[in-house]
Ligand binder design. Structure first.
Ligand SMILES: [Zn+2]
Length: 398
């Protein structure tokens, strides 16, 4: 029973590990969305419902020092240090992004943004304290009208539109990537294969039909695909869904993964990895040449370290930790709960995954982020139309 419940939330350990390793091999989105609002650039997560002023921003690197953070003795000392952390550079597009195409026109959506990181040089040396008070908007305003339009289109036409983009592999196939209507979920959007079950659910909803009872067992509060029904809802690239598939690997191997050449790793994912430059086992070595951009200063991402330290120091001092501590605009974003969507974005790489009750698609695969946003640990009930969800306040961390 407990094993079944655990699996319904995060899948099997082996599946989770392979999923995360594949992210590590380059299957991820670099950069995120931010909102331009009241002369400020604010981070976007699942809780932001108005994305009309959202734009794509490249990932930025800071000069923060992990050791300095972990050695802070109290909250004040840490806060003071953080205020002086500066942006040192922006990351170029990663290889994954270069193959993201519009699902209708099959054209790369980032093709005009290859030098975006250079255009963002104006932001270099902006301190965290200045970022928070809107100093950065001057730099944003200095971007060319064309660039502003392009980064806005990425946000509006693609990253916040359901089923709008895919990864075009070297053999011409396109693997649809996960996006949602009017929501950008940093832990789920773009860097995952589109969950097939959502298509099925949306199709039923559009016809005014109820969701199948077989996936909606109120008595158990958890869901498991069975050998009999799984092929209706899951395709062979399930490994890179942001939602875990809830089935045992044994069931997966007997059904949707049956024809896979590499067990749990479906053909679309293999094609994506070889397109990124990896060599498939027993196949000829890839001939692509890659050049490392050595003019970009790359620093270690320290947001998670910072948030953990902040939490530790606050707890010690008896301070309630309610605010996201380090809401940096283009680093790991802070997330909360998804709204108006029959989905949850709970993390697979976290043992304390989100509890999803009365929901057709339990679980999760992974994400980034730090806890916060809610006043307590009580589940939050959200009216999501036909999908009554009860979600715990959640956190993820890629
Ligand atoms: Zn993932």
């Amino acid at each position: 029973m407990i094993e079944e419940m655990a699996r319904s939330f995060v899948g099997e350990l082996k599946t989770t590990l392979i999923h995360e390793i594949i992210h590590g091999l380059g299957f991820y989105l670099s950069g995120t969305l931010s909102n331009i609002q009241d002369n400020k650039i604010l981070p976007v997560d699942e809780s932001v419902v108005d994305l009309t002023n959202a734009v794509y921003l490249p990932l930025c690197y800071y000069n923060s020092d992990k050791k300095r953070i972990t050695e802070s003795k109290n909250t004040q000392e840490l806060d003071d240090y953080v205020q002086n952390i500066e942006i040192v550079s922006f990351a170029p597009l990663n290889i994954f992004q270069k193959y993201i195409v519009d699902l209708v026109y099959k054209k790369p959506i980032f093709d005009k943004l290859g030098y975006l990181h250079d255009e963002f040089k104006c932001f270099d040396h902006i301190k965290q304290s200045e970022w928070a008070n809107g100093e950065n908007i001057k730099c944003y305003n200095n971007l060319s009208a064309e660039t502003k339009q392009n980064i806005s289109e990425i946000a509006l036409n693609y990253f916040s539109q359901y089923k709008s983009i895919g990864f075009k592999t070297n053999n011409g196939t396109i693997v649809p990537l996960q996006t949602f209507d009017n929501i950008f979920a940093p832990s789920a959007s773009v860097g995952h294969v589109a969950v097939h079950y959502l298509d099925v659910a949306f199709e039923l909803m559009s016809q005014g039909l109820p969701l199948p009872e077989e996936l909606f067992d109120e008595s158990k509060n958890y869901l498991l695909y069975t050998e009999e029904n799984i092929e209706k809802y899951v395709d062979n690239n399930f490994l890179m869904y942001y939602l875990a598939t809830n089935a045992t690997n044994e069931v997966l191997m007997k059904t949707v993964a049956q024809g896979n050449k590499h067990d749990l790793i479906g053909p679309g994912i293999v094609d994506i990895l070889t397109t990124l430059g990896w060599t498939e086992k027993d196949e000829e070595r890839a001939q692509d040449m890659y050049y490392v951009a050595d003019d970009v200063i790359v620093t270690e991402l320290t947001v998670d370290v910072l948030n953990i330290k902040k939490f530790e120091l606050d707890s010690k001092a008896g301070i309630a930790n309610e605010q996201p501590f380090f809401p940096l605009p283009t680093d790991q974003p802070i997330s909360s709960v998804p709204i108006d969507q029959p989905v949850s974005t709970a993390p697979i790489d976290q043992p304390t995954a989100t509890a999803v009750v009365k929901q057709p698609i339990a679980t999760s695969v992974d994400g980034q982020v730090s806890e916060t946003g809610t006043d307590d640990d009580q589940p939050i009930e959200i009216d999501a139309g036909e999908f009554p969800l009860i979600l715990e306040s959640e956190s993820d961390s890629e």
